[in-house]
Design a protein around this ligand. Structure first.
Ligand code: 2P0
Length: 323
C-alpha cells in the first residue's frame, strides 16, 4: 500500500505531562495518565509521491518551518524503518481549534503515526505506534489508545510508551468548556522547556506528579472515580503552579478559567461530582460521569456566561479508514 488514511482523537491528561527528560526523544520528566475523547477527531492521509520533498497540508494550507519539520521527522523515522527514501504528501484535517490547548497535536501525531506506517508498508504494534507518535509530540503516544491510557515515563525510546488501562467503573465523560479558540502565545513545548529551565518549583512538580501517576493508576484499578477526579484536579493545578514559578512566568489560566474551577467546586458541594482540569490554554475540561454530563453542562451554563461547551465520552484509539 502506498496510501493510507487514519483517524485519531485528542486525549486530555488526568495526570499531566509537563517537562522533558530528553528533548530529542521526547522522554518525559514523569509519567502521565489520560482519557481519549470521542470528539474533535483528526483525519490524516499519507500518500507516497515521486516528488523531491515531503508536502504537509493542514486544513488546506501548506505547512512550512517548524511545523512541517516535526511531521518530516516522524516520516524520516518511518522511512528509515521501511528502508526507503520515498517522500510523501500528508494531508490532515482537524476538527478541533488548532493550538488552543485542546490537544490538537496529540490527535495529529497519533493519526500520522498510524497512516504513515501503513502507507510505507510497515505493520507496527500499538506499542510501536505509541513510541513513533511520541517522537512527533509527547502526548500523542496516549492517543494511540482509546479510553484511559498511561504513558510510562521510561528511560529510553523503547521503554517510554503508553498502554491502555481498563476502567471498570461507570462511563467517564469530559465537558470541554471553551473560553477561547485563539492560538496560544506560548506553545506547550516552549512553555514546558522554559519551566524546566527557570522554575524553582519544577523539582517539586516532578516529585509530586510521579506520585500522582501511581495514585491515579490505583484509583483506576479500583474504579474509584472520586479519587481519580481529586487527583486529576490536583495534577492540573500543580502543573500550572510549576509554570507560574517560571521566570518570566508562564500563565495560561485566566480569571474566567478560575471562575469555572470555582463553579465546578460549587457543583461538588451540591453533590454533583465533577473535577476541573486545564492544559496549555485557558480552556477548562471537566471530568464527570457520562450519565451526569448533561446536568454538569447545564449547571455550568447557568453559572458562567459566554462559554461554549462540548460533551465528550471516552473515544477510540487511532484507527485506519477503509479507502
Ligand atoms: C498533557 N500537555 O499531559 C500536557 C498538559 C499540555 C498540558 O502534553 O513537546 O504537545 O510535543 O511533547 O505533547 C502538550 O504538550 O508537547 C501536553 P511535546 P505536547 O497533555
Amino acid at each position: 500500500m502506498t496510501r493510507a488514511t487514519a483517524v485519531a482523537h485528542p486525549n486530555i491528561a488526568l495526570v499531566k505531562y509537563w517537562g522533558k527528560a530528553d528533548r530529542e526523544l521526547n522522554l518525559p520528566a514523569t509519567g502521565s495518565l489520560s482519557l481519549t475523547l470521542g470528539i474533535f477527531p483528526t483525519t490524516t492521509t499519507v500518500e507516497l509521491t515521486e516528488e523531491a520533498t515531503d508536502q504537509v497540508i493542514l486544513d488546506g494550507a501548506t505547512l512550512s518551518g517548524e511545523e512541517s519539520a516535526r511531521v518530516r521527522a516522524v516520516l524520516d523515522l518511518v522511512r528509515e524503518r521501511a528502508g526507503t527514501g520515498a517522500h510523501a504528501r500528508v494531508t490532515s484535517t482537524n476538527t478541533v481549534p488548532t493550538a488552543a490547548g485542546l490537544a490538537s497535536s496529540a490527535a495529529a501525531f497519533a493519526a500520522l503515526a498510524k497512516a504513515s506506517s501503513v502507507a510505507y508498508g510497515l505493520s507496527l504494534s500499538d506499542a510501536e505506534l505509541s513510541r513513533l507518535a511520541r517522537r512527533g509530540s509527547g502526548s500523542a503516544c496516549r492517543s494511540i489508545f482509546g479510553g484511559l491510557a498511561r504513558w510510562n515515563q521510561g528511560t529510553s525510546d523503547e521503554t517510554s510508551v503508553a498502554e491502555p488501562l481498563e476502567w471498570k467503573g461507570e462511563d467517564l465523560a469530559m465537558v470541554v468548556a471553551v473560553i477561547s479558540s485563539a492560538r496560544k502565545k506560548i506553545g506547550s513545548r516552549a512553555g514546558m522547556n522554559h519551566t524546566v529551565e527557570t522554575s524553582p518549583y519544577f523539582e517539586g512538580w516532578v516529585r509530586s506528579n510521579a506520585a500522582l501517576v501511581e495514585r491515579a493508576s490505583r484509583a483506576v484499578a479500583e474504579a474509584d472515580f472520586t479519587s481519580l477526579g481529586e487527583i486529576a484536579e490536583m495534577s492540573a493545578l500543580r502543573m500550572h503552579a510549576s509554570m507560574l514559578g517560571a521566570e518570566p512566568p508562564v500563565r495560561y489560566l485566566t480569571g474566567k478559567s478560575f471562575a469555572i474551577f470555582d463553579a465546578v467546586q460549587a457543583l461538588r458541594e451540591e453533590g454533583l461530582e465533577a473535577y476541573a482540569s486545564a492544559d496549555a490554554g485557558p480552556n477548562v475540561k471537566i471530568l464527570c460521569r457520562s450519565r451526569e454530563a448533561a446536568l454538569v453542562t447545564q449547571s455550568l451554563r447557568e453559572r458562567i456566561e459566554d462559554v461554549k461547551m462540548h460533551v465528550a465520552n471516552a473515544g477510540p484509539g487511532a484507527y485506519l479508514l477503509d479507502e
